[in-house]
Ligand binder design. Structure first.
Ligand code: FMN
Length: 207
């Protein structure tokens, strides 16, 4: 089983990476493969609402010039997902939101129904709002949002400083163990089948 961890910071080795690494290390100790992918620090596009991903057989985002489709490909082989971001003005990074919204629109089928979690780091405040924001797509894609002993936040300003947040790092390890437990139960032989979704009943009075 494999977990994909997406680092939505412009810093490859910053505090978001530190928090995700703590999760990855703990997952691996629990026998779960963990791959980290960094969204990079090059420009990324937001969704243009062109609907090409949905109205054609494209199966991916029409914009192929950034990291979006590479992550969609990686999600196909992932059994669980963790997204992480620094807190910017009480929100996730703009880069993460831009890419993640396109991933969910063009590749949502590879997110849907999987155990998932979000992680936010910050210097001082606003990380819980960023955390909640990142959880929103998971909650409408039938994901199993995995919790921890606290909201998944860690504190630090300069790259790597979050390592000193003992409670934050413990929160990440607890999250990873909970994720491993959920994965183990979902995939064990004879596990109960997932609920079969009803046919979609779109709101009929607003089109
Ligand atoms: C544009 C910008 C906005 C920020 N806004 C906040 C904020 O609202 N609250 C906070 O505590 N830290 C804020 N920070 C600090 C970062 O969240 C913090 O340094 C974080 O650890 C960086 O993570 P990284 O090393 O993964 O990039 C901000 C930093 C930047 C660059």
């Amino acid at each position: 089983m494999k977990t994909l961890l997406i680092n939505g910071s412009p810093h490859e080795h910053g505090n978001t990476a530190r928090a995700l690494s703590e999760i990855a290390k703990t997952l691996e100790a629990e026998g779960i493969e963990a791959e980290q992918v960094w969204i990079g620090n090059q420009p990324v596009r937001g969704c243009a609402a062109c609907n090409a991903c949905r109205t054609s057989t494209l199966g991916k985002c029409a914009f192929g010039d950034d990291v979006c489709n590479r992550i969609i490909e990686k999600l196909q082989g992932a059994d669980a997902i963790v997204i992480g971001s620094p807190t910017y003005y009480g929100q996730p990074s703009g880069q993460l939101l831009a890419v993640w919204q396109r991933i969910c629109y063009a590749g949502g089928e590879y997110v849907a129904g999987k155990p998932a979690a979000s992680v936010a780091v910050c210097r001082r405040g606003g990380s819980t709002a960023a955390f909640q924001c990142m959880n929103m797509p998971f909650e409408m894609l039938n994901c199993l949002v995995v919790g921890s002993q606290y909201w998944n936040v860690a504190f630090g300003r300069t790259p790597g400083e979050a390592q000193q947040d003992a409670e934050g790092m413990q929160t990440m390890r607890t999250l990873a163990r909970n994720m491993a437990w959920v994965l183990g139960n979902l995939h064990r032989d004879g596990a109960a089948p997932r609920p079969v979704p009803e046919e979609w009943a779109p709101m009929h009075f607003i089109r």
